[in-house]
Design a binder for this molecule. Sequence first.
Ligand code: IPE
Ligand code: IPE
Ligand code: MG
Length: 242
Amino acid sequence: MKETRKTPPARELLPRHLGIIMDGNGRWAKARALPREAGHRAGAKVVREIIRYCAQLGIPYLTVYAFSTENWKRPPHEVEALLELLRGYLSDVEQYQKENARLRVLGELSPLPGDLQESIRRAEAESAANTGITVNIALNYGGRDEIVHGVRSLARDCAQGKLDPESITEELLSSRLYTAGEPDPDFIIRPSGELRLSNFLLWQSAYAELLFMNVLWPDFTPEHLNYALYQYALRDRRFGGV
Ligand code: IPE
Ligand code: IPE
Ligand code: MG
């Protein structure tokens, strides 16, 4: 089935927050008898193009899943290649300034190499005042890990007598997650044909619309995004109502 479309839907029909699980780099490389790293390099080019396109469309928040808490299980050279590509994007100040993009990294940063943590802090600080798209890069991100972090921070406050457990609300826990202050994702796309969330935005996706696509991430184009956004625009969101 054709999963592309020439034009996006009207601006008022776009999601406020779009999530993308960038999957299929390895299979793309395998199909070409290339090392998996070549797939990741091709995928990294695509994410730059898609960020630019989302900024152009006027999507306010974009979260891309770049590296999960489970991805450390991969061979060290592959992990290294993935982190290297992320370092490249985060150091490309000119690119995100040009897009007026505000960068945020979602995830547990302490196990990352020191210079990468430094690049992240710098990218976040340099782009903090930008007023265009907010780009969240989920890096060493896990939905369960994020919830545990949030719960720990609430428990700490309770233990210190600053917080009454009975006053904990959904909003309060949301405010202790990496996405604090941002709207929940309206729409999550996963290319590559896998039908799962793989620990992505578990709390925030409670009412997200989902779309699974067969295209592999390195082959993903703005036309695929147009198609996806068009599918989203056709959805009837009820949030439990009628
Ligand atoms: C996505 O592509 C990149 C990451 C998960 C970091 P994969 O490397 O998972 O590609 P497949 O799923 O093996 O094809
Ligand atoms: C999910 O893809 C993580 C990212 C895209 C960063 P994976 O390829 O790691 O997920 P599984 O292993 O197929 O569930
Ligand atoms: Mg995969």
